[in-house]
Design a protein around this ligand. Sequence first.
Ligand SMILES: [Zn+2]
Ligand SMILES: [Zn+2]
Length: 301
Amino acid sequence: MKITIIGCYSAMPKIGNNLSSQVIEIQNEIFLIDCGEGTQVGLRKNKVKFSRIKHIFISHLHGDHYFGLIGLICTFSLLNRSADLNIYGPTGIKDLIINQIKASSSWTKYRLIFHELCSEKSESIFISDYIQVFTIPLSHRIYTNGFLFKEINLPRKINIDAVHDSNVSIAYSNKLKQGFDVVNENGILINNHLLTFEGFSPKSYAYCSDTEYHESIVKVISNCDALYHESTFLEKHKVLSKTTKHSTAKQAGKIARLANVNLLILGHYSSRYDNINDFKTEAETEFNNVLLSEDNKIIEI
Ligand SMILES: [Zn+2]
Ligand SMILES: [Zn+2]
């Protein structure tokens, strides 16, 4: 699983501070989470092939998380896209996008498929052979979801020597990877476990932005391999975090500890701070494996 941080700052674009957006690459599929202004340029910088983006997840309708979406949709048109584009986001996102397209008398030649979300409970919103995505209901000034990406049913690894010794045709590779027993050249059914090893252990990644300190998410994200949790403020501005319904780095650290995750990634920093290392220092008072997200940083899980 590879996470490319396109932008990790809050509120408004500044030179060198990109707004929220990440690309998640899992099992050869690409997912875009949030699409703040400037995301297209960030995608170009990171050499993300636009045609590979088929699913976009928008956490909420504050501008720093979706103002780049209409631009990206229009660029897809200019690039003659024909593949469907799925957009997952709060109820209202469809009208917002369609109205902007209508106002400019343009249209997309590809299908825009909206999956509007309104549940206050975690729900499965995407599933493929190897990946499932759940919402993480957050607590912010408007309806907001984080997203939990989970690898599922990962393929088993073939034991080439065992396949050869058991006289099994390599034409059965896909069946073997999927866990099926197969018949060998002598007509004998061979147990899959004699021919394969366990696959890679499935990884999970939780994206939580924006939210105030919200312990209810712990049960949804518990034991995940990596948690991106917003840390807009430091404790010295805790009052601001309360009124704006954001979190401090220390609170993000506490959530990571309670959820027993492996790695905490901080982000959504307010641009009032000159040194983001202070966020790491503060979160480490609660949790000891903290990484700072930075624009254009790649994180392998
Ligand atoms: Zn934000
Ligand atoms: Zn927000």
